[in-house]
Ligand binder design. Structure first.
Ligand code: SAM
Length: 245
């Protein structure tokens, strides 16, 4: 099995848009500010990182790696940064050249982007990388098929290489739900909830009604909050602390 890179257009020079999904990877109004507003602030980051030895973030849709690298950049500003595990999924991994072009629009991430590109050789299945001291576990393939393979440390098969601590924060970043419904599927979100620590959080840029219902059915408590750059709403949420991981 081989990987399939996405067919891209480049809008405004540098904003990648996937042909197959007819959607951009990040906002044309500012990709990094969007990441900081939706995914970091939406999950209470970086504040929640203080005082933690380890922290686990998981993402649906790795794309350009912008969310990952922006998170690493935030960690770099901390004197007490935890060891980060970042789990992500990507069905159509970009080529190194595509990553280089997309990330070239964010000069403050250039060093971290180089670190990512230097180790970027995505193979179908599980890829275990180290980027600037963070552990990046990336499942190349359909997230719906790969997520059931994720093992939690402390579970029966949790000693397996690649197992993770329960997820503290989710970045739900599929393309628009209307164009990429697979990545917002109820079963996928249920498995995501099963992997989440009690009190673990989620954030997403969309407030689509059926996505909110799927999140609630999966076991998350959600609320709407103000979106990025003129978007009226986005959604944040958390898993109720039931005492069960
Ligand atoms: C909006 S983009 C993600 C942007 C990304 N988080 C970033 O920082 O650049 C959505 C991503 O989800 C991926 N994707 C879509 N369907 C998928 C699936 N079923 N499984 C895994 N990845 C999928 C797309 O290929 C695309 O890279």
């Amino acid at each position: 099995m081989t990987t399939k890179a996405p067919d891209l257009d480049w809008l405004d020079g540098d904003v990648p848009r996937a042909h197959g999904f007819d959607d951009t990877y990040f906002s044309r109004a500012g990709g990094q500010e969007e990441t900081r507003h939706v995914f970091l602030k939406g999950n209470g980051l970086p504040e929640r990182l203080h005082g933690r030895d380890t922290f686990t973030i998981a993402e649906l849709g790795f794309g350009t790696g912008l969310n990952f690298l922006t998170t690493l950049a935030a960690l770099r500003t901390m004197s007490d940064a935890p060891a980060l595990t970042f789990l992500s999924f990507e069905l159509y991994p970009m080529t190194a050249d595509q990553l280089r072009r997309a990330l070239g629009a964010f000069p403050e991430l250039s060093e971290l982007a180089q670190d990512l590109i230097a180790v970027w050789q995505p193979e179908p299945g599980w890829n275990r990388l180290n980027v600037a001291g963070a552990r990046l576990l990336i499942g190349i393939g359909d997230a719906r098929e790969l997520i059931p393979e994720v093992r939690l440390q402390g579970s029966e098969r949790g000693a397996e290489e690649g197992s993770i601590a329960p997820v503290d924060a989710w970045y739900l970043d599929g393309f628009s739900p209307a164009k990429n419904p697979d990545l917002w599927h109820e079963d996928l979100l249920k498995t995501a909830a099963d992997l989440t620590a009690p009190g673990g959080t989620l954030a997403t840029y969309t407030a689509a009604g059926w996505v909110r219902r799927n999140l609630q059915a999966a076991g998350f408590t959600i609320e709407k909050t103000s979106g990025f750059a003129g978007k009226r709403e986005m959604v944040v949420g958390h898993k109720l602390d039931t005492g069960e991981p």
